[in-house]
Design a protein around this ligand. Sequence first.
Ligand code: GRF
Length: 200
Amino acid sequence: MRLVVLVSGTGTNLQALLRACADDAYGARVVAVGADRHGIAGLARAEAADVPTFAHRVADYAARADWDRALADSCAAFEPDMVVSAGFMKLAGATFLARFGGRFINTHPSLLPSFPGMHGVRDALEYGVKVTGCTVFMVDAGVDSGPVIAQAAVPVRDDDDEASLHERIKRAERSLLVDTVGRMARERWTVQGRKLRFGS
Ligand code: GRF
C-alpha cells in the first residue's frame, strides 16, 4: 500500500511508520511526505530516509481552497492508496476530501469523541479525567469526527503537565498508528455508517 504522510512538526509518528515500512512484511511503504510549512523536523526525517517531500503554506495562496487543491494535487502525484495525517495541524478542505475521502486517516491525542480539536491533551488534563489516550480515525468533513478505527487508553498521573501527558500519549500513539496502518494495508477494511471493520 502506497502511503503519503502529512506532517506539521517533529514527525515522530512519521518516523515510526518509516521504521515499520522498512520491513516488506509490513505491507505499506511511505512514497512521499507533505507539510504545511518548511523547515520542520518531520520533513528532515523524510529526507534522511530518501522519501520525496512537498510543502504548501496556506499563507502562500490567495484562498484556502487554492491551498487545498495544491495539497491534493501534490498528494495525487504520488498515487497514494492512503493518506495519513500524522500531526498535520490543518483541516483538509472539500477538494482534498473528494479525492481522498475513505482513505484519509488521522491520529489524535485523546479518546474521541472526547476532547477533539487543537488542544486534546490540555483539555483532557483541565477536565480532570483519569484516563485519556489516542484515536486513529477516518477523516470526514468535521473536526476529529470521522469513524473511529482504533484507540488506546493512557493513564493520567496526578503530577502530569501537558508535556508529560502528551509524551506518554505519543508513545502509545506511535504503536497504535503503526499497528493500524499495517492492518489496513494487509487486511483492508469496510465502513458501514460509523463502524469501520478490518477485512474486505
Ligand atoms: C501527535 O500527538 C498528534 O496526534 C498531534 O500532534 C502530535 C504529533 O507528533 N496532533 P509528531 O509530529 O508525530 O511527533
